[in-house]
Design a binder for this molecule. Structure first.
Ligand code: MG
Length: 391
């Protein structure tokens, strides 16, 4: 089999009517890089990568007249990666990953105005498409190719965002709706208000949902080390399943280790790790119990398997961030898989709501993967036409 063409489409959803805030950042306009790798045997692979979480422009830019244009990682797929991949065997994902990765060490890309985070995002989109091809060629879903550890997959719901005018009773009502939807695990945002107020928020949710629901807390790098340690101690009585990214960006390995050593709450991190070496530092030196490597933000499945191997030997569990239609296969396929992140509404996750005509289903807090080959997803061509900008 040979690769004949590669498309990159920046899918950009409308700005949200209302901002949801994490500790410091609003969740703005949702976007997703869709990559399609075509072959000479009629099989094509679909890959996806994040539209955000890197220096602007991630995958698109908005021009002064309001029009949208593909840029950043979208352009890199077509202008940097496609020329070295056309004619190659798409089943050789290990070799092709290395070939793409080595482009980081050549002249040329820097003068095009691109950065390494964007290159790693572009690699993610292509690599994920190659795994779709591998599954389709084998006639198997990816989670079966990876090892078929479990299906369905346990999910948690991420909520508890800060919103203008939202009271603690609004927050507890929100969490009760998640329990009614069948979720057994809920992640709340903290770190955006004073410590006393966050403790009150979490205590109110614990009292409302009862002792049988798992609660996780995501700080989105909102604290310095002493504050993170103080908050961890205050949250311990609320039976917290994990405390996520508690420490500011500049001290998120050694500082994270100090927090981990001082609390009984397991520490989670890794959604911002770009590759196996950053993941290694978190696993070996950051004291984490939960690795959240996001292979749709950076590097793809091929790299995540290397991260998963390190997790397995260090007794760290894998709970990837975001994009359950892709990451669900990792948690389903690998014994080290723990749980998968999902979002409750179309407003928070329009990708899940609008991008597919076929995808996994979430029923009673579990993700159910189909037996369709590859990722088991079909893109909604109407959504692509309406929201997509081709590079
Ligand atoms: Mg997070």
């Amino acid at each position: 089999m040979k690769i004949t063409d590669i498309e990159a489409i920046a899918v950009v959803f409308p700005p949200p009517a209302e901002h949801f805030w994490t500790a410091f950042r609003p969740i703005g306009r949702v976007s997703e890089l869709v990559v399609r790798v075509h072959t000479d045997q009629g099989i094509y692979g679909v890959g996806e990568a994040h539209g955000s979480g890197m220096p602007f422009p991630g995958i698109y830019q908005q021009n002064s007249d309001g029009s949208l244009e593909a840029s950043g990682a979208s352009k890199i797929v077509v202008e940097l990666l496609k020329p070295v991949l056309v004619g190659e065997d798409p089943l050789d994902n290990e070799r092709l990953w290395e070939k793409m990765f080595q482009l980081n060490h050549h002249r040329g890309w820097a003068s095009a105005g691109w950065g390494r985070p964007q290159i790693m995002t572009a690699i993610a989109g292509v690599d994920i498409a190659l795994w779709d091809i591998k599954g389709k060629a084998a006639g198997m879903p990816v989670y079966k190719l990876l090892g078929g550890a479990r299906n369905p997959v346990p999910c948690y719901v991420t909520g508890g965002y800060y919103q203008e005018g939202k009271s603690i009773s609004d927050l507890t009502k929100e969490c009760e709706t998640y329990v009614d939807m069948g979720y057994g695990a809920i992640k709340l945002k903290i770190g955006g208000v004073g410590v006393d107020e966050d403790v009150a928020r979490v205590k109110a949710v614990r009292d409302a949902v009862g002792p049988d629901i798992s609660l996780m807390l995501d700080v989105n790098e909102g604290y310095d080390v002493p504050t993170a340690i103080r908050v961890a101690h205050l949250m311990e009585p609320m039976d917290i399943r994990w405390l996520e990214e508690p420490v500011h960006w500049y001290d998120n390995v050694a500082g994270l280790r100090q927090v981990a050593d001082s609390t009984s709450i397991p520490i989670a991190s890794g959604e911002n790790a770009a590759h196996r070496w950053q993941a290694r530092d978190l696993i070996m030196n950051g004291g984490i119990s939960i690795m959240q490597f996001d292979c749709t933000r950076s590097s793809g499945i091929t790299e995540c398997l290397k991260v998963a191997g390190m997790c397995a030997s260090e007794n760290v569990r894998l709970a990837p961030h975001h994009d359950p239609q892709i990451h669900g296969h990792l948690v389903a396929g690998l014994q080290v898989g723990e749980i998968i992140e999902t979002f409750p509404t179309a407003e928070r996750d329009p990708i899940w709501a609008e991008l597919f005509t076929e995808r996994p289903e979430i029923v009673n807090g579990e993700l159910i993967l189909s037996d369709r080959p590859g990722w088991g997803i079909e893109l909604d061509e109407d959504t692509l036409k309406r929201r997509g900008v081709w590079a």
